[in-house]
Design a protein around this ligand. Structure first.
Ligand SMILES: [Zn+2]
Length: 56
């Protein structure tokens, strides 16, 4: 389980997720990339900047 960085809503994360998988908050619709440490700790990273901010 992780919390949305935008609205702090709990995001349900399947037990078999892999590092780099994209999850979307069901409440605000923001997408996040999952980063899973070797200890199994899940961190969310905003995924939108990876593809959107290349306009210049
Ligand atoms: Zn959210």
């Amino acid at each position: 389980m992780a919390n949305c960085l935008e609205c702090n809503q709990e995001i349900r994360v399947p037990s078999d997720v892999i590092d780099g998988e994209i999850v979307t908050c069901g409440d605000c619709g923001t997408s996040f990339e999952l980063e899973i440490s070797e200890a199994g700790i899940i961190t969310l990273r905003t995924a939108e900047s990876a593809s959107e901010d290349w306009g210049e």
